[in-house]
Ligand binder design. Structure first.
Ligand code: NDP
Length: 291
């Protein structure tokens, strides 16, 4: 039997609709729009596309969008000065500094400079600590989106075995914390884990965030498992094609025959990331307004 396909595009559209309703209520309650500032340094083509989508969707959701495009040679001091201005600006509820930054800027330093109450990417160590401590904070967008996709097919994961492949600060670690907070039994795997296929076969929920195209094979998957594929990898272009196909970290066609539910790539976790950024911006705005 073929797995249920988790439609991230549709779930993200629903979430954006809900955020738009909440944004309208926020405007009514406070007399101002919730606002997201996006900072792009340089002109990395992928980052330009991401920032463009973030700005467009922020506006479509009825929130204020503040765009700061800085030249690639911007100094770390100038970027930190902009972050300080955004921290102090009452119209700005969320600050997103698009990564990666040019090599001469220390991104860790920049993230530390963002007011944790406005850190809608959830990357500030204070927010990471809050997530671990079970305190309210801002949760990184891709992990939050992944968790919402799990919940869309498994409303109660209490006692389920979850395996998270990848332990990055951006994805793997926060995903594991969210699963743990929802009472799953969580194992985190990484490049030094022994016998990954056998470990993966124990997973009722398998989250793949390794950045290795189609690494997780069909026979790594427990029959009926929920598979969340966070990976976005571009294959080499086929002959005559300008661009290669986008694939996840899971061998999708094989996994489809074994899993109970699975996210496609594209159209799974990807669309949830921006929707969760908008959700986080509204959460930050409401908290800052004492609502
Ligand atoms: P990182 O490169 O930061 O982390 C990759 C993790 O995978 C590391 O923990 C690494 O282990 C582990 N890993 C690498 N190779 C193997 C292997 N052969 N076996 C087991 N574990 C392995 O990547 P990110 O977490 O930032 O991103 C992961 C993927 O998710 C990427 O494809 C990225 O493009 C995608 N992504 C998608 C987003 C979306 O919106 N859908 C957003 C963010 C990321 P170790 O720690 O031991 O090195």
């Amino acid at each position: 039997m073929s797995a249920r396909i988790i439609d991230g595009k549709a779930i993200a559209a629903d979430l954006r609709g809900k955020v738009a309703e909440d944004a309208a209520a926020f405007l009514q309650q406070t007399g101002r729009k919730a606002g997201l500032a996006v900072v792009l340094v340089g002109n990395d083509p992928a980052s330009e596309v991401y920032v463009g989508s973030k700005v467009r969707m922020t506006r479509e959701t009825g929130m204020g969008s503040f765009e700061h495009r800085l030249p690639a040679e911007t100094s770390e001091a100038d970027l930190l000065a902009l972050v300080a201005r955004l921290n102090a600006d009452p119209a700005v509820d969320g600050i997103l500094v698009q990564l990666p930054l040019p090599r001469h800027i220390d991104s860790g330093f920049v993230i530390l400079a963002i007011d944790p109450a406005k850190d809608v990417d959830g990357l500030h160590p204070e927010n990471a600590g809050r997530l671990m401590a079970g305190l309210p904070g801002l949760v990184p967008c891709t992990p939050l989106g992944s968790m919402l996709l799990v919940e869309s097919v498994m409303p109660d994961i209490s006692g389920a075995n979850a395996v998270v492949l990848g332990r990055s600060v951006l994805v793997g670690k926060p995903v594991a914390q969210l699963l743990l907070a929802a009472n799953a039994t969580v194992t985190m795997a990484h490049s030094k884990t022994a016998d990954l296929p056998a470990l993966c076969r124990t997973a009722d929920i398998l989250v793949a965030a390794v950045g290795r195209p189609q690494m997780v094979k069909g026979d790594w998957i427990k029959p009926g498992a929920t598979v969340i594929d966070v990976g976005i990898n571009r294959l080499a272009p086929a002959e005559g094609a300008a661009k290669g196909r986008l694939v996840g970290d899971v061998a999708y066609d094989e996994a489809l025959e074994i899993a109970g539910a699975i996210t496609p790539v594209p159209g799974g976790v990807g669309p949830m990331t921006i929707a969760c950024l908008l959700k986080n911006t509204l959460t930050a705005a409401r908290r800052r307004a004492g609502l």
